[in-house]
Design a binder for this molecule. Structure first.
Ligand SMILES: [Zn+2]
Length: 347
């Protein structure tokens, strides 16, 4: 036994002496040369890689009270209410003359909101108050048909308005993707609201980690279910407009503090704001202060795009803006006519 042990030890030493130099030969000559890809540490795993399509999420189990999804999302469905069925007009983004639009009924995006409701400190001894505030908020949202989904302070997700229906979450609002322009997003976008407050110039989200996780899972599920493009997941402040004074930013929830990356989305604040370049809306200097830096970035890019398009059309920026405003008014009328016809039909 003694010799057997010694032989093993000697063998181990010989192997080490022989193999170490062999291993060295595989190390690149230059000390600073990058390691082979296999040795590179992968980046930290996010909910979903920014602009990439979301992973498949499917319904695992459905009861009378809830739905559970394969990504961990649990929807409380006990408080769901109907509104009117979704139907909307999408206008071509490439044919400026398209003022009539094409009827559609599938949701094409998500608008994120905060409830701007009363909040208690997020502490264990406030549990009863936190629960009470959440309950009365849920009741209010339900009565107003205000959002499709509500995420309370504990990260519990409630489906409020049925996904097949419109919710009263965005009023006068606009957005555009590469294919289409959208006017008044109650019908075309799903409204997701987080029980939270935002304030002017705020840059950081003030929500609980549970709310952040819930928002990420809900976004992933909705994007997977309806094939929603990442660029169409935006905040209320980015889409809200006031047609009577032609200004953006009537509502300013999530103006600069929405945690896009942590929700698994690209930073959509960095997109040129369609309200300006596609619809000719304007803003005043006070809005820049209220909006915050991240929204300003989108405004600047939008101004650039507007100037380029005006130059390409051989027009001054002001004349081009006026022509966009005229197109917006025509589209708004088309949308109002379509909504009136839809509500007559359902009566
Ligand atoms: Zn809102």
């Amino acid at each position: 036994m003694f010799w057997l042990k010694w032989r093993r030890l000697i063998l181990a030493v010989v192997l080490a002496v022989v193999t170490v130099p062999i291993a060295y030969r595989f190390i690149p000559a230059k000390a600073s040369a990058p390691l082979a890809p296999a040795f590179v540490r992968p980046p930290a795993v996010r909910v979903a890689a920014s602009s990439a399509p979301p992973p498949d999420v499917w319904l695992v189990e459905k009861t009378a009270a809830s739905e559970t999804y394969s990504n961990g999302l649990r929807l409380d469905t006990r408080f769901t209410v109907p509104n009117h069925p979704r139907s909307y007009l999408a206008f071509s983004a490439t044919r400026p003359g398209d003022l009539a639009g094409t009827p559609r009924s599938q949701p094409v995006g998500i608008v994120f909101h905060t409830t701007e409701s009363r909040l208690a400190p997020f502490e264990a001894d406030q549990n009863r108050v936190l629960q009470k505030l959440g309950e009365s908020l849920l009741e209010y949202v339900r009565r107003k048909r205000a959002y499709h989904f509500l995420i309370d302070r504990f990260g519990r997700v409630y489906r409020v308005v049925a996904e097949t229906d419109a919710a009263n979450h965005a009023g006068y609002s606009v957005w555009a993707d590469d294919q289409s322009l959208y006017v008044n997003l109650n019908e075309s976008f799903l409204g997701v609201s987080i029980e939270a407050q935002t304030h002017p110039g705020q840059e950081q989200a003030e929500i609980s980690p549970a709310q952040l996780r819930a928002a990420a899972m809900l976004t992933e599920m909705l994007r997977s279910k309806y094939h929603i493009a990442a660029q169409n997941c935006v905040t209320h402040a980015q889409v809200s407009v006031n047609p009577s004074n032609r200004q953006i930013g009537y509502h300013t929830d999530w103006a600069s503090s929405f945690p896009f990356e942590q929700v698994g989305l690209p930073d959509n604040y960095a997109r040129p704001l369609p309200a300006l370049w596609a619809f000719g809306f304007e803003y005043n200097p006070q809005f820049l202060e209220r909006g915050g830096e991240r929204l300003d970035a989108g405004l600047e890019l939008a101004e650039e795009r507007l100037s380029q398009r005006a130059a390409a059309a051989g027009m001054s920026a002001q004349a081009y803006r006026r022509s966009l405003q005229k197109q917006y008014r025509a589209r708004l009328e088309a949308v109002k006519r379509a909504n009136a016809a839809a509500s007559e039909e359902s009566d």
